[in-house]
Design a protein around this ligand. Structure first.
Ligand code: GTR
Length: 334
């Protein structure tokens, strides 16, 4: 056989495997052991991480070890922007991220990034568990530019401002640089609330707070205590200006190589993870509050939420029209 014939043979065999792969879901990959890499900014034990770890155990059991999940927690694979990029090219299979940065990739999701969009956390849970939640996951999975599959939602409570002084009304934020997640909506929100919104990746935040590059940030209590932000900014003010769900996405290039049976199994386990994470979340919120209290943090509860609600109107003037229909649908969920 000359060189040309050898190459020809190789091409023919690839073509044969290719056609076999698409035949009735029988793929060479379906038989092969596969370790799915998962990533999260939070450490082991954090509810989002734990939910994915448990999902991995179930997956391993259901496939007799053929499919498993290897968790890379605590920003080992970088921040959320990097995770999205890695998942898009197939360097990472599972990324658990906030809807915050995903809104820059899938515009429709930005509706969840609008301030005061949900009445409370229960309202958010009803929305993500219902039709709208399903529809938006589908949007991620089908829009050509996302290159991701939306698997499930998770809970991240309410986001609240923390800095070195109490924040009760918009004027209290005057002159304060507050770190926000990388999405223009958040910078506009903080500016409207009275502060100076600074867009920054989560991985840079601790040192930015320590060196005074920012005066504070905003997040839920579990994140605040887990990442030791309470050691620098001791006042936690319940502004509750954002309620942003988390999301678990899968790399679409890798997904398309899985058999329909494996895809269905992963989707089923992800739906279970959505509910399981919720239990873990509620327990973690309770535990975090206790830890923070013991650490001497001041919780500011007498926040003038109506004043903040009125202040963020310009954000709705700027972005609201684009999401008008969805905003109405969300509000109608009881
Ligand atoms: C947390 C969230 C992370 C990350 C972080 C942030 O609440 O769990 O996924 O988005 O906030 O502020 O960047």
């Amino acid at each position: 056989m000359n060189r040309r014939e050898v190459i020809k043979l190789g091409v023919a065999s690839i073509a044969a495997t290719g056609s076999l792969a698409s035949f009735g879901g029988f793929s060479a990959l379906a038989q092969t052991k596969m370790v799915l890499k998962a990533s999260d900014v939070h450490p082991l034990g954090y509810p989002t991480v734990e939910a994915v770890v448990r999902m991995g155990k179930k997956l391993e059991e259901a496939t007799n070890g053929r499919l498993s999940i290897q968790m890379f927690p605590a920003m080992q694979l970088g921040g959320e922007k990097e995770m999205i990029e890695q998942a898009q090219v197939g360097a990472l299979e599972l990324a658990r991220i906030s809807v915050g940065p995903v809104g820059t990739v899938v515009k429709e999701l930005n509706v969840f990034n609008m301030p005061f969009i949900f009445r409370d956390e229960n309202h958010m849970r009803k929305v993500i568990d219902g039709e709208i939640g399903k529809e938006l996951l589908e949007k991620i999975s089908t829009a050509p530019e996302t290159r991701l599959i939306g698997l499930c939602w998770m809970d991240a409570g309410t986001r609240n401002v923390y800095t070195k002084k109490p924040i009760r009304k918009p004027e209290d934020l005057t002159g304060l640089k507050i770190r926000m997640m990388g999405n223009p909506i958040f910078v506009d929100t903080m500016n409207a609330m009275g502060g100076n919104g600074i867009s920054m990746g989560f991985s840079e935040l601790y040192s930015a707070m320590q060196t005074g590059v920012v005066d504070g940030a905003e997040n839920n209590t579990p994140t605040y205590v887990t990442h030791n932000h309470h050691q620098i900014a001791k006042y936690f003010s319940f502004t509750e200006h954002l309620i942003i769900p988390e999301i678990l996405v899968f790399s679409r290039v890798v997904w398309e190589k899985l058999s329909p049976e494996d895809q269905a199994l992963i989707k089923k386990l992800a739906a279970e993870a959505q509910q399981e994470q919720r239990q873990l979340w509620d327990a973690m919120v309770k535990e975090s509050m206790e830890k923070l209290q013991a650490a001497g943090v001041t919780f500011v509860t007498d926040v003038d939420k109506e004043a903040f609600r009125a202040a963020i109107k310009p954000v709705y003037d700027k972005y609201g029209a684009e999401y008008a229909e969805m905003i109405q649908r969300i509000q109608a969920v009881q």
